[in-house]
Design a protein around this ligand. Sequence first.
Ligand code: UD1
Length: 379
Amino acid sequence: MRVVVVAGARPNFIKVAPIVAELRSKDHETYLVHTGQHYDARMSQAFFDELDLPRPSHYLRVGSGSHAQQTARAMAAFEPVLADVRPDWVVVVGDVNSTLACALVVAKLKEPLGCRLAHVEAGLRSGDWTMPEEVNRVLTDRVSDLLLSPSSDALSNLLQEGISRKVVFAGNVMIDTLLAKLPAAREAGVARRLGFQRGEFALVTVHRPPNVDDPEALSCLLDGLATLGRAIPVVFPIHPRTRDRITRFRFDARLESLHVLEPLGYIDMLSLLDDAGVVLTDSGGIQEETTVLGVPCLTLRERTERPVTIEQGTNRLVQWPLSTPGIMDAVAAARSRGRVAVGERSPHGWDGRAAQRIVDAMERYVPADSLLSEPTVVR
Ligand code: UD1
């Protein structure tokens, strides 16, 4: 097969790494397209180096901008790549603007080029249409030929929506990377190097617009974190979006009781996640990673598109809207629950073999319209 794999933003790099490796190990002609949505060395190149990703065959320089600008630039730049490479498959992952942009380009060139679209991480739903990621997920699923779902709830969402193209249960490809890199992360011992003991610190990440773009919401959140930081050490690697808003709203003084870091590479972040006593985050991927690591996670959002991390995993939603008492109560409860062993709470298919199942599903693909009955669901 000739396959184009698209990656644009930090969480994408972690998901495509095992897929690219699997495709190459089976001698499929593989092209890695980097849209350039994330471009800082810390948000991009660091991940290529650590995850053994090959140099992209195409770099599209999309950069920052409004959603429309980012999406439109990615579409315009991806179209000639597709026409030039003429792949059998395009693989898009996750829910970022680059994912939807490239999916739309494939949807419109599918017929003349004879190319198919696979969406990895299909079927996740928050039900919150104000989230750009929700729009990206739902629309990407609608135009994909092969829907690769990471969890049983995602599979059910697709069936409930009546999506009749081929749905395959693939499991969680982000966990392939986690399990492969955990030994290196443990060796890195980042917490120890920073002077923190395993289980005795909180790790925080925030970057979602509802938490950081509104000064009042960000102020409430930083107050809660500052109070927490006076009780236990709080390590806070700051996303560029969050750093920008803190500076713009003149909130820098509120970081005083926190251990602020620059955005971290994959191995260093995994090392801290593995050693944390509790993790507070609004990231989707970190809800999944903590579930597998067995570390209590508190999600700083009103709802999650990853309910399996709450039902089966270690994740809990913090009382919404966020407040200092809400955060402090949730941390106390999480710390009394404590940690469990790696893998003890892993949902079905979060086992390090998702990339194999994804490539296998592409190799065996039969178009839905040539099947007698639909939907075809492979569990
Ligand atoms: C994007 C994704 C989100 C994902 C997140 C992970 C969408 C809609 N959102 O959000 O789903 O969880 O990435 O990080 O696609 N910036 C830099 N350097 C970079 C990249 C961005 O400084 O390398 C700055 C930009 O100037 C911008 C801000 O960070 O101000 C946000 O970047 P953007 O890509 O628009 O969205 P994210 O918030 O990162």
